[in-house]
Design a binder for this molecule. Structure first.
Ligand code: MG
Ligand code: MG
Length: 257
């Protein structure tokens, strides 16, 4: 997996890319309140990314298995939508008590970082607060396993152990290498067995992204060909960071400053 290691020049660009992404992501999250539409989030993302001279990595990107390019700058996934919600086709108006996942990729000088947060709209119920808190912590727990010599299975196992059956872990989707492309090897499941999978090497850049469902782990794909939803219609949460593997502690490239 030596071919997945980024050069020191790439890593410097990815660090700047991650900072730029974090500032856009935080501004989008801060804009969320009842009455805001998913189209408003898309419009703000386009404006903020363009202002910095960067581009939205997901716009016009066609992932494996999709039959058309993704039509928006940002994935906006509301309530029972897990990931890959489309903000500008049939836009939704956010209401008090909703939760909204914002997932974006930013391309800076040809290189890409990827990050997501799930944000409450106004006041949310205690059980949904817990869903958000546990998913956010699951990301931190996964990141703690990122170190040269560890394996991708160590990340998944740590997340699965931490969740401990409290919520449904989505199994069909997960983390991935990132940097030169939106999705690279290795894939990083949010469950698994320690000591299995791809060995992490210093200089690899990976996105870790647990998705937890309030109810069952089962998912369905909506008719738009992109939006993954929970099969039982209950809420789902998603947090993601792009992380640099080192010999020591991992470096979170999309950290809030
Ligand atoms: Mg993402
Ligand atoms: Mg990702």
């Amino acid at each position: 997996m030596k071919h997945l290691v980024k050069s020191s020049e790439d890593i410097e660009i990815l660090k700047e890319c991650g900072k730029r992404l974090a500032s856009v992501r935080n501004a989008l999250a801060a804009s969320i309140k009842p009455g805001v539409s998913t189209q408003d989030i898309e419009d703000l993302a386009n404006k903020l990314i363009a202002e910095k001279g960067d581009t939205a990595s997901f716009k016009n990107y066609t992932p494996q298995g999709a039959n058309r390019p993704f039509p928006a700058a940002v994935c906006v996934s509301v309530n029972d939508e897990i990931v890959h919600g489309i903000p500008n086709e049939d836009p939704k108006i956010l209401a008090e008590g909703d939760i909204v996942g914002i997932d974006l990729g930013v391309t800076h000088k040809g290189l890409i970082t990827d990050s997501a947060v799930t944000v409450p709209v106004g006041k949310i119920s205690e059980e949904i607060q817990e869903l958000l808190a546990v998913t956010k912590k699951a990301l931190a727990v996964g990141i703690r396993e990122v170190r040269a010599g560890n394996k991708t299975g160590d990340i998944g196992a740590a997340i699965e152990e931490f969740v401990a059956g409290r919520f449904g872990i989505v199994e069909e989707l997960g983390g991935h290498g990132v940097g030169w492309h939106v999705h690279e090897e290795p894939t990083i499941p949010n469950f698994g067995t320690r000591g299995t999978g791809t060995e992490l090497l210093s200089g690899m850049v990976i996105a870790i992204e647990p998705m937890l469902n309030l109810g069952s782990k089962d998912i369905i794909l909506a008719d738009d060909g992109y939006t993954f939803k929970t099969k039982d219609g209950k809420q789902s949460a998603h947090f993601e960071h792009t992380v640099l593997v080192t010999e020591g502690d991992p470096e979170i490239l999309t950290q809030s400053s």
